[in-house]
Each structure stands twice: as C-alpha cells, then as structure tokens.
Design a protein around this ligand. Structure first.
Ligand code: NAP
Length: 314
C-alpha cells in the first residue's frame, strides 16, 4: 500500500462527485476522484438537459459533465480510474480497496450514483447489448431507423427515451403497467401527444422473442386487467423502469435502507454514521434524483469534509 494519505477521495464522477471535487479543490484539499465504468455518470447518456439552472437553451448532458470535469481539474482535482470494491473504516485514515491497489484517505465522499434496473423477463439478459435490448436511447437509438421499438416504463426517463426515439424509429410503443404516466406533466403530455408514440396502458412485459436468432423480434406483454397477452412486433426494447443504487462495496462502512440507498444521520443529507465519510447524489437519494439536487449534495458533502478536516487539524 502506498504511504500517501489523501485528504479527500471522491468516488464517482457524476454531478454529485464532480461538484464535490470543485468545492474540495477550491478549498485546496487536492481531491482525488476515482472514475468508475461510466465516467460522467447518468447524464452522459442523456441528450438535452433542459432543467439545469443557468442554461436557458438547454445543454447536452455529455457537455455539461465535461464542463464540470474541467472546472474541477482547473482547481487541482486529480483523476484516476478504478472501481472500489470495499471501504475499511476500522482504522483512520480509512482504506479504499480497489481490484489492484489500496488508497488511504482522511475523508471519503461516496457519489456512486445508481444503475438502470432491468425487468428480469426471459430473453432480456440474452439479448441485452447489441442484440436489441438496451437502457440508453441516446446511445443506441440511431440503430433503429425506420423500425418499431418499445420503451418499458412510465416515468420521466421512459417519456424522455420514447420522445428521443421518435427521431429514428417509425413507431414507439410506450409500455406502462398503469394507465397514467408517473412522468412530470410536461413530459407526459409531450409523449402521449406525439404521433409516433403509442402508449400500451396497463401492460407488463412478459418475455422477449428472438433469443434463438440472437436479435429481438418482439415483446410479449400481458394486460394486467384482462390477462390477455399479445406480442408487439419490435426490433428494439428500451428498458426505463428506474434505477438501483450503487452502494454494495460500501455497506460495511455506511448504513443502507431496504432498497439499498445510503442512510444518512438525522439533520443531514450527506453525513453518515462514520465520521469523515459522506454520501451524495443518487446513491443516497431516491426522492429527488435530479442533476441539480445531486450537485447540491456534492457541495454539502465537500463542505462537511472540509470542516471535519479543519476540526481534526487538517
Ligand atoms: P421512476 O420515476 O422511478 O419511474 C420508473 C417507472 O418504471 C415507473 O413508471 C414504474 O411504474 C415503472 N416500473 C418500475 N418497475 C417496473 C417493473 N418491474 N416493470 C414495469 N414497470 C416498472 O424512474 P425514472 O423515470 O428513471 O426517473 C428517475 C428520476 O429521475 C425521477 O425523479 C425523474 O423525475 C428524474 N428524471 C427527470 C428527467 C427530466 O426532468 N428531464 C428525465 C429523466 C429522469 P409505476 O409508475 O407504476 O411505479
């Protein structure tokens, strides 16, 4: 193990992690940011971000994350790639365990975000990736020009994915298990009034056809009220049914709730029961889950880390 002890290690490079980096770097703490498998986090898979304050024309999600990264770097943030497998808080400074190394840190800010949830229906795993099942319209939508596709889900993500896919697909089925969308009114109205989007209400996905051929050829759905099953003749299936928090490597150091989200102490969104360990963003928030709220939590975590280090004598 290296003898070096970091002031602050930030795990994750989404809005929460990079905002924490900007603040701790400006506090002259020279933070080390660990980048995982999706640098930039979920916003890099979003197209236009219309609700981040300060961008009246909207901003491309990837561009926003590039901007945050550069802003943090300008003040002295260092980046390393590596996925954390564990956090040992038995002794201070704490030890972050990675596959190939260990890093010692006085404070840790965990901002690992959340990953897309999958349905678990037969055919999904077999056809995931380049075979027709995906969780990212921005990444894969262009492969489905002039084809029929289905989006599963009823939240803002599902509405956004469906709308994005209308640029390419001939028809977009929006398969939702209830008869009203959970999405915000503006997104729901845009989606349901779009001529290319056909809502499939009160329907749950049952299985995906095409496993033998190695490519999606249909989505079997069941109407929850009548029990009737039918097959939507689609070539692409976009799963948008929410997310699972990426908290598993940290459960020995930080409490989690029954859904796996980090639990913080009373009166704080970011403090955990372990002094010097803070959490921020979607890994600790299943209520708001916005880019701006994640950034806000990153800011809070950075200020807490800075104050705690100052109290400890740096
Ligand atoms: P979400 O709001 O949790 O919605 C998940 C959707 O998937 C719900 O409609 C849910 O149905 C459905 N669902 C969950 N499990 C399912 C299953 N096993 N089978 C079938 N359907 C299932 O997740 P999200 O859409 O990813 O949004 C997450 C957060 O990000 C939200 O706060 C959202 O507002 C925000 N967001 C905002 C924007 C934007 O403002 N532009 C864009 C994307 C996301 P029920 O409705 O029946 O529960």
């Amino acid at each position: 193990m290296s003898a070096k002890v970091e002031n602050v290690v930030i795990v994750g490079t989404g809005c929460a992690g990079l905002t924490a980096a900007i603040y701790t770097a400006r506090a002259n703490l020279q933070p080390l940011v660990l980048e995982g498998i999706l640098p930039g986090g979920q916003l890099t898979t979003t197209s236009e971000v219309e609700n981040f304050p300060g961008f009246p024309e909207g901003i491309d999600g990837f561009q926003l994350m590039q901007n945050l990264r550069q802003q943090a770097e300008k003040f002295g943030t260092r980046y390393e790639s590596g996925s954390v497998t564990g956090l040992d808080v038995a002794q201070w400074p704490y030890t972050l365990k990675l596959a190939d190394r260990e890093i010692r840190a006085k404070t840790v800010i965990v901002a690992t975000g959340a990953s897309p949830r999958l349905t678990g229906i037969p055919g999904e795993k077999e056809l995931y990736g380049g075979k027709g099942v995906t969780t990212c319209a921005t990444c894969d939508g262009a492969f489905y020009r002039q084809m029929d596709v289905a989006v599963i889900g009823g939240g803002d993500s599902a509405a956004e994915e469906a709308l994005f896919l209308t640029r390419f697909a001939s028809k977009v089925y929006l398969v939702h298990r209830r008869d009203t969308l959970r999405a915000s009114k503006i997104m729901a109205d845009r989606a349901t009034s779009h001529p290319k989007i056909q809502p499939v209400w009160d329907s749950v996905p049952v299985s995906i056809d095409g496993v033998a051929e190695g490519a999606v050829s249909g989505l079997r759905v069941r109407h929850v009220k009548t029990g009737a099953e039918s097959v939507l003749p689609v070539k692409g299936i976009f799963v948008a049914i929410g997310h699972v928090p990426n908290t598993a490597p940290f459960t020995a150091a930080v409490d989690t709730d029954e859904q796996g989200y980090f639990v913080t102490t009373a009166h704080s969104q970011v403090k955990t029961r372990t002094p010097g360990v803070y959490v921020a963003g979607d890994c600790a928030d299943h209520h708001y889950r916005q880019a701006i709220t994640a950034a806000g939590m990153g800011c809070q975590a950075a200020i807490e880390a800075e104050r705690w280090l100052a109290e400890k004598g740096g």
